[in-house]
Design a protein around this ligand. Structure first.
Ligand code: FES
Length: 127
């Protein structure tokens, strides 16, 4: 399989509340899931929107991923909680497993998310 580096514009950092999150589409199309950026306690991270428990998106409502009171990402499927900094599940049915992290950097207030095509394919194919 040929590995390629993909980078997308995930929007403005200044328009993202802290704490807050924003979804984006993972190209190429055809994947049944996307990704999201989170800003929490001044740190921005990006993850594939795929819960390691039942292999489904984490959220029901657009851009809603975070606990209001803790720096944790919540899966609406069965209540798993993930550390917003490193994506590791800290409670719930997939404790110890982690979300697939994507690289994110800021250039002139634009959030640029990048990954190797193999990372996304690996997230999709993981048992
Ligand atoms: S699908 Fe996420 S906890 Fe079950």
């Amino acid at each position: 399989m040929q590995i390629s580096r993909v980078e997308i514009d995930a929007g403005s950092l200044a328009s993202l509340p802290d704490p807050g999150a924003r979804e984006f589409v993972l190209p190429p199309n055809g994947f049944a899931f996307g990704g999201f950026v989170v800003l929490c306690q001044g740190q921005v991270r990006a993850f594939v929107n795929l819960c390691p428990h039942a292999r489904r998106p984490l959220n029901f409502s657009p851009d809603v991923f975070l606990d209001r009171n803790r720096p944790e990402i919540i899966c609406t499927g069965h209540g798993a909680r993930f550390n917003a900094d490193n994506g590791i599940c800290v409670s719930g049915p997939c404790i110890g497993q982690r979300l697939t992290a994507l690289d994110v950097r800021v250039r002139n207030d634009t959030l640029l998310v990048s990954w190797d095509s193999s990372a996304v394919a690996g997230a999709r194919n993981r048992p």
